[in-house]
Structures are given as C-alpha cells and as structure tokens.
Write a protein that binds this ligand. Structure first.
Ligand SMILES: Nc1nc2c(ncn2[C@@H]2O[C@H](COP(=O)(O)OP(=O)(O)OP(=O)(O)O)[C@@H](O)[C@H]2O)c(=O)[nH]1
Length: 356
C-alpha cells in the first residue's frame, strides 16, 4: 500500500530538539584547543543541525505520494477526506523550509569563519533555523493528521471491480465470501464505521476485486450526508460494475418496493452497468420480481458461479468500452490539434501571399 510508507510527521519542536541535540553531540566530538578549534566546533554544529532539519523535511515531502500518480479513486478519496489543495500547500511549505534551512546553514558556515564571536553567530543561526521551522508548525501538524487518515485507506486496486449494493441483511457479505472463497478482509473506510469488505478472485490471468461498502450503498440517498455522497463519488471512479442484491424473501426486513427504490437510485447515480440478482431463492417466502436479471442463494451456492461469470463478462465489456472511449477521445484531440496547426499554417501562407 502506497500510503503505508508515510512516516509519522514530527512537530516543529520535535524536529528542533532532535537537530540541536545532534548538533551538541557533534560539538562534543571536536577537540577545542584553540580559537580555530572552537570555530570548527561551532561550524560543525551549524552544519549538523542544518542537515538534519533540511533532510528530515525533504524526507517528509518525499514519503507522501505524488498526487499526479494517484489513481482517480485515491485522488478523489484524498481530496474528500484531507483536501488535495491543503496537502499541496503543506508539502510545499515543508519543501520551502527544507531549502531555506539549507541556505541559512550555508550562509552561517561562511559567516562563522569570519566571526569574532562564534558562539553568538552560531546562536543566531540556530535562532533563524528555529524560526523557519516554527512558521511551518501548523502545516506539519496538518500533514501528520493527514498521514494518520491516509494510512488507513482501504487497499483498493486498479483492478476490474464488482461493487456490491443492496439493503442490509440481503446477503452482501455472504456473496463476497462465497465469490472470493475466503473471508474478505475488513479495511477501514473513512466514511463508514463498519469498514469496507474487500475480497479477490482470479479468472484466467486476471484478478478481480469485490467490494462491499456497508453504510454507503445500503439505504436511500436522501439519508446520506454530504461526505457519504462524496465517498460514493470516489467509488464511481473504479472500473466496475454494480451487483445489486435484492432479498426476495423480504426476511431482511425491507419490502421489495423499498429495495426497488434503492435500486432505481443506484442506477440513476452510477454510470456503471448494474446487475440485479434476487437472493435467498432457497427460502419459502422467495418471490421473483420482474425487474431482476437472475436469482441465487448465497446460503446453498445455487447459481453463484454463473452469476460470477456474468459479472466478469460485464466488467471486461465495460473496461473495453471505456478504453475505446478514451482512445477515441485521444484521437479526436489529436485530430483537432492537427487541424488547428494546418489552419494556422494556411493562415500564415495567406498572410504572406497578401504581402506579396
Ligand atoms: N435463506 C437464506 N438466507 C441467507 C442467504 N444469504 C444470506 N442469508 C442470511 O441473511 C442474513 C444476512 O446475510 P449477510 O450476508 O450478513 O447480509 P449483508 O447484506 O452483508 O448484511 P449487512 O452486512 O448487515 O449489510 C444472514 O443471517 C444470512 O445467514 C440465502 O441465500 N438464503
């Protein structure tokens, strides 16, 4: 997981403490016999503290992922929960401080060689470094908060995906377990207290990802707050199809009419193909409504394989369509650039002809 390598971000006090303590140790390592020796000891203190501060800040920036490389899903997720602009600002200020400290350290190493009072000059250098670090403290605190949230992001890959939707107790988690042949891992998702279930299965050389987001796609949209609605937006960026599970025995506690309303909302809100499956077909109360595509039982496993096959087929088809659409967009953009270039050339030629 890319977010796991982001380390704890220290506060400015912690950074300063560490740098000045190391500087004191660097001084202790030098023998001070004469004036030149004293100057060298203070020079070494400035260099050590400068390097430590500057390197630590540069490492903080380096360990955060490059936002341009993030998948759309994580970009959106980061933007919703942390704010990409605020992150860029905070990382920018850490980068600025790293360079500034480096500058100060070089400036004072030069100064101390000519200084009559190296202690005073060294203290002045420390003061300036501490003041630079102090000005970015709020950004460091923000980065640490962001890090604590981001490292708990679920491990959602850029793989073909099946997103499971439906009211609570319709059999969503049973489906994820059955389809992936394992107990799915529960990862935290910043918007739901229940976390998100993620499982995988393989077909041919490809791996498929099955995601159940309890608390997000299991009740009417009107009952969601803004953040939950945005969380759904992040899911929309995946190469996915939606499996809408209906409890056709109504033993989940929701009538089919209510479940149908949620289905209509999911269809209206997702630009993804939606496959509707009536679950619990083993149940005495099972009745099959006319809008369902297939029936299954996650208790007995009936029809499960053919439903997974169908979903795989749909995901592949969706991916192909998306790729074709993207290729067409690229081609159209290229064509319009070429046409613009030709038009510019032509107009130049006409201008020249006019002049002649
Ligand atoms: N008869 C019958 N019961 C089922 C079937 N699938 C699931 N159940 C039961 O329905 C209940 C809910 O199943 P879950 O898989 O936990 O449902 P869920 O949609 O994941 O529920 P939440 O996590 O609360 O959203 C459990 O008691 C299951 O035993 C089925 O095919 N037939």
């Amino acid at each position: 997981m890319i977010f796991e390598k982001i380390h704890t971000v220290p506060t400015s006090d912690e950074l300063i403490d560490k740098a000045f303590r190391r500087a004191a140790r660097a001084k202790a390592g030098k023998t001070v016999r004469d004036k030149d020796g004293a100057m060298k000891a203070h020079e070494s203190m400035i260099m050590t503290s400068g390097n430590i501060l500057s390197d630590n800040l540069a490492n903080i920036v380096r360990r955060f992922p490059n936002f341009d490389d993030l998948s759309n899903f994580y970009f959106e997720l980061t933007d919703i929960v942390v704010g990409i602009d605020d992150l860029r600002l905070a990382l920018g200020s850490a980068d600025w401080a790293s360079n500034k400290i480096h500058e100060i350290s070089r400036e004072y190493v030069g100064k101390i060689r000519k200084s009559k009072d190296p202690v005073k000059t060294r203290k002045e250098a420390f003061g300036r470094m501490a003041s630079v670090i102090g000005t970015i403290n709020k950004h460091l605190l923000f980065l640490n908060d962001a890090r604590n949230i981001m490292r708990k992001f679920p491990d959602v890959r850029e793989e073909p995906t099946i997103v499971v939707a439906g009211y609570p107790n319709v059999g969503k988690s049973s489906f994820v377990s059955m389809a992936t042949g394992a107990r799915p891992e529960v990862a935290s998702y910043p918007f739901t207290t229940k976390g998100v279930l993620i499982g995988h299965f393989e077909r041919g050389y490809d791996r498929y990802q099955v995601i159940d987001t309890p608390g997000l796609l299991d009740r009417p949209m009107s009952e969601r707050n803004n953040v939950e609605l945005q969380a759904i937006t992040a899911i929309k960026h995946l190469d996915a199809v939606v499996l809408f599970i209906l409890d056709a025995s109504e033993t989940c506690g929701y009538e089919i009419a209510d479940q149908k309303r949620l289905l209509d909302e999911v269809v209206a809100n997702f630009e993804m193909p939606v496959y509707v499956v009536a679950n619990k077909c083993d149940h005495d109360l099972f009745k099959i409504p006319d809008f369902v595509d297939a029936k299954m039982s996650t208790a007995t496993g009936e029809n499960l394989d053919s439903i997974v096959d169908k979903l795989v087929e749909m995901v592949i088809e969706t991916k192909k369509e998306k790729e074709a659409k993207e290729a067409a967009e690229v081609a159209a953009r290229k064509l319009s650039e070429e046409m613009a270039e030709e038009a510019a050339l032509l107009s130049e030629e006409l201008d020249e002809a006019d002049l002649e």
